[in-house]
Design a protein around this ligand. Sequence first.
Ligand code: PMP
Length: 336
Amino acid sequence: MEIDPTSRNSPEVSPIHPQGSPPFIWYNGSQVDWCDARVHVNAVGHASVSSVFEGIRAYQDDNGQLQIFRLADHLKRLFDSARISRLAIAYDVQEITDAVCSLVSRNEFSGEVYIRPWLFPSGIIREQIAKAWLPTDFVIDSWEVNSNLRNLVGCKTCVSSWIRNGSNASPPMIKAFSNYHNSRFAALEAWGRGYDWPIFLNQQNQVSEGPGACIALIRDGRLVTPDLASGILESITRDTILLAAQEKLDLKVVERPIERTELYLADEVFFMGTGWEVLPILSIDDLQVGDGTVGPLTSSLASYYDNIVRGRTRHSSSWCTLVTSSQNDITSKGKE
Ligand code: PMP
């Protein structure tokens, strides 16, 4: 798309209701109409610099009901990210759990759903550095998004010239919007060079992750993935896939630093994350991975992951949270 760099936005902005946005968003304790959840323009900078968030998916089970995948683990990570970033949360985990379920139910999605809870320091902050433990605004957004697990399409990647944020600079372990500044630089470079996605190396020149997902390779019957000290997000999908690889495919799983050259020798390589699910990598720096098509083990892992997230395995009771239509009563009653 050609963009006119001289175009200017009018200050009379029309209500933001992009196609596909749901009727309700959760904002500071209640479900409000999408268009009524506003902050002042001066708050936007800090809302993006100082905020932490989560990305969660809800999948349809065999009865057509939505099951939120590993909600408790995502919320734990959100609270951990907030703690490390010294952001105060005015709600407890149970309140946010109820709020997520109730919102998803009330929005009456017809397909599958992506859920993004996030928080940022409240009000207008003029200092460049927001103080610790300021009160925060808490938002839960949700929108329809479909799964690619049953229709795997691979991607072309390159190793980025941008290095992953250092753990002692802007820790990748925290799910903070500001970390995606680093991701964006790498993605822009990859797109500019004709690739779909970049792969980051870390400050030790070893493989870390993608801009929005972790990475794993399969070589000689082993699944190898960068360890937590490689500068990665402690990914919930990664945790699930490692378990699936051992449980379903009987693969030996190794978490350790990975050299760039090992990527070129792998039989299969894939990204894994909530949003990207299992995304096969077909080439790296113009070298084909395997025969350049989606590998058989990646494909089996994706299909087992699909069973897990849809509540068809023994993990369902602990990992899948059913969204029922009665859940939206909680907040509707609260609002009356
Ligand atoms: N790394 C980055 C940078 C990410 O944005 C994501 C997606 N949240 C992941 C890894 C994967 O994490 P998860 O599996 O918990 O979604």
